[in-house]
Ligand binder design. Structure first.
Ligand code: AMP
Ligand code: MG
Length: 337
């Protein structure tokens, strides 16, 4: 068992976040800063510069919030991949600096696996299918033979990226997903009997995989053809979320598992949560949603996975501590129950 606190550093993309778990692996809320460009998308170099500027304040605040001194930290975990290279390097550099200054072990972890493990910890589920819907990633994942296997995933862009890009086309800055959720709610609030007639979009399911760029172009076309923006937001959510939930349902059917846990920023969306719950209810399964602060990217999930890895004998030497932008979910071996 690790003694003292595990610090987790998340820096795969737009969010720089420090979180903690105690020696029993119990999470504490993260301290995070998110870059929000006023125009355009996330530029990796600008995001990395943002993370550097914010790092001292975030580190001081996470310690102060928890009444800790740097010397109370006994392990430093960080996201080793996948993500944007420049951003990952910033987090890894901060982790190396803190770990060598304090002379404590370093653990590089897999960001996607961290989403699963914080979901399991928060929701108390045993062996779930993870529906991982974030900005850059969209995957349906199940554990089998000591790995989390990707049963289906996006063939092009992540679902959150799709929502953000669609929003940006219509003047809404990053992150667009929450604004689309509000607009969709406004539409359905004013039109409770609304149907998808005239608002049809392409189907995003391709076997067990998904694809979102076609659905985004078609949604843009609906707006330019004169459909109300709110109506298109609603239709976009209905189509895109149904596709994700369908692949998750197939994964349940195929594996015989009985639980789904949602993860990633798009899992903050109430309609996404509702659709997953309805599907699970219909087939006698259980749908779990972690608190929103643990769905979005956060340092606490990195600390939690670092704690698990540490207690199962893994540490990362300096020489192995380089980042891996392309790290796959199933490259990380899972040695804990
Ligand atoms: P992540 O990459 O996991 O940190 O999540 C960020 C992504 O989640 C961005 O693409 C956001 O637009 C998206 N997101 C956050 N909240 C919501 C929401 N309520 N509805 C839809 N998408 C959301
Ligand atoms: Mg993520």
């Amino acid at each position: 068992m690790a003694e003292g606190w595990v610090l987790g550093i998340e820096s795969t993309a737009h969010t720089f976040s420090f979180g903690l778990v105690d020696s029993n692996g119990i999470p504490r809320p993260s301290v995070s800063k998110i870059i929000r460009p006023t125009t355009g998308g996330i530029h990796p170099r600008e995001a990395a510069d943002h993370h550097v500027v914010e790092s001292t304040e975030i580190f001081s605040k996470i310690l102060a919030d928890n009444d800790l001194l740097p010397s109370d930290i006994s392990v430093v975990a960080y996201s080793q991949g996948p993500g944007m290279g420049a951003c990952l390097r910033t987090g890894a550099a901060a982790a190396r600096a803190i770990s060598s200054h304090l002379n404590v072990p370093l653990i590089g972890v897999n960001h996607c696996v961290a989403h699963i493990e914080i979901g399991r910890q928060q929701c108390g589920c045993e062996d779930p299918i993870l529906l991982y819907v974030s900005g850059g990633n969209t995957q349906v994942i199940a554990r089998l033979d000591g790995r989390y296997r990707v049963l289906g995933e996006t063939l092009d862009i992540g679902i959150g990226n799709m929502l953000d890009k669609f929003a940006r086309q219509h003047g809404i800055p990053f992150p667009g997903g929450p604004v689309i959720e509000q607009r969709a709610l406004e539409w359905i609030g004013k039109n409770p009997e609304a149907t998808l007639e005239g608002l049809e979009l392409p189907y995003a399911v391709h076997g067990m995989d998904l694809a979102f760029s076609g659905i985004m172009s078609a949604a843009n076309k609906l707006v330019s053809d004169g459909m109300p923006f709110e109506a298109v937001c609603w239709s976009l959510q209905e189509h895109a979320f149904a596709a994700c939930v369908e692949v998750a349902e197939r994964a349940l059917a195929h594996t015989g598992k009985k639980e789904i846990v949602l993860g990633g920023g798009v899992a903050c969306n109430e309609r996404m949560r509702q659709m997953s719950s309805i599907m699970c209810e219909e087939r006698g399964a259980e749908s779990y949603c972690p608190p929103k602060m643990y769905c979005i990217d956060n340092g606490t999930m990195i600390a939690r996975l670092g704690w698990l890895e540490m207690n199962h004998g893994r540490v990362t030497s300096l020489i192995q501590s380089g980042i891996n932008q392309e790290l796959r979910t199933d490259q990380t071996s899972i040695t804990w129950p």
